[in-house]
Design a protein around this ligand. Structure first.
Ligand SMILES: [Zn+2]
Length: 251
């Protein structure tokens, strides 16, 4: 221990990705960040909306930066930002990438709002997805669906697209249930469960494991069907997150 001053004790440094920003007062912004070491952080960037701002364009959505922050009672304050990688510009230049990145950032914000434990893993996953998106490695919607499945898995809700998600009966199975966790066998399928095409289940499994040769070769019809199932899976689990927040607030 090197007898740190009270200023040093309140200052910390971390890599962070900008999830969202909103205006505060005349020239400031509140920046919602996902950091490598400190989980989700909401911090004020003072004067960031002035053209002369020392932050330049480094605190825009999807930017990654090495930040220096000062702990505050409710919000932290960003005192320094050094850009790391330029995913943000390459994403913002393409509308499809921008909308996909927005959905990813929103999901990451929801998943790390209360769960600080997996925040480091969520940070790495999001950075990897933004980087793939910025480089245009795969179709944007495939990167999104792969990210969503893996982000939910990281949060503790890993789906199954082969064996039955409820009883473990070896697959492949032809029914899908978001509530039960993915593919379900004939005995477990709730009435009215959708029966996606076999190739759609194969695509979902590939997106979950990152088997890109299989995912890249998939048909548009299977991609559309997979996207709908991923959306229902995400929605089902995120609604539960929101509900559990409400319960926590009432206690
Ligand atoms: Zn079953």
């Amino acid at each position: 221990m090197s007898g740190s001053s009270s200023f040093a004790a309140r200052t910390y440094r971390d890599d962070a990705v900008v999830l969202r920003t909103h205006k505060l007062g005349e020239a400031d912004r509140i920046i919602t960040l996902l950091t490598r070491e400190h989980g989700q952080v909401r911090a004020v960037a003072k004067g960031v909306r002035r053209t002369s701002s020392k932050f330049g364009g480094r605190l825009e959505p999807f930017m990654v930066a090495d930040l220096q922050l000062i702990s505050g009672r409710t919000l932290d304050i960003i005192s320094q930002a050094v850009s790391k990688g330029s995913y943000g510009q390459q994403i913002a230049a393409h509308y499809d990438r921008y909308t996909v990145a927005t959905a990813m950032a929103e999901t990451a914000e929801r998943l790390t709002d209360s769960d600080q434990e997996s925040a480091g893993a969520q940070y790495r996953l999001l950075i990897g997805a933004f980087s793939a998106l910025a480089r245009g490695e795969h179709a944007a919607e495939l990167i999104l669906d792969s990210y969503l499945l893996r982000a939910l898995s990281t949060a503790g809700w890993a789906p199954s697209f082969t064996d039955c998600a409820r009883c473990g009966n070896p697959g492949p199975h032809s029914a899908f249930s978001a509530a039960l966790g993915g593919a379900v066998c004939h005995d477990c399928r709730p009435p009215g469960s959708p029966s996606p095409a076999a190739q759609t289940m194969v695509l979902l499994a590939a997106l979950l494991t990152g088997d890109w040769p299989v995912a890249d070769a998939s048909d548009p019809a299977n991609r559309r069907e997979a996207a709908g199932l991923v959306a229902s899976y995400v929605q089902w689990h995120l609604e539960r997150v929101v509900r559990s927040f409400r319960l926590v607030e009432r206690l």
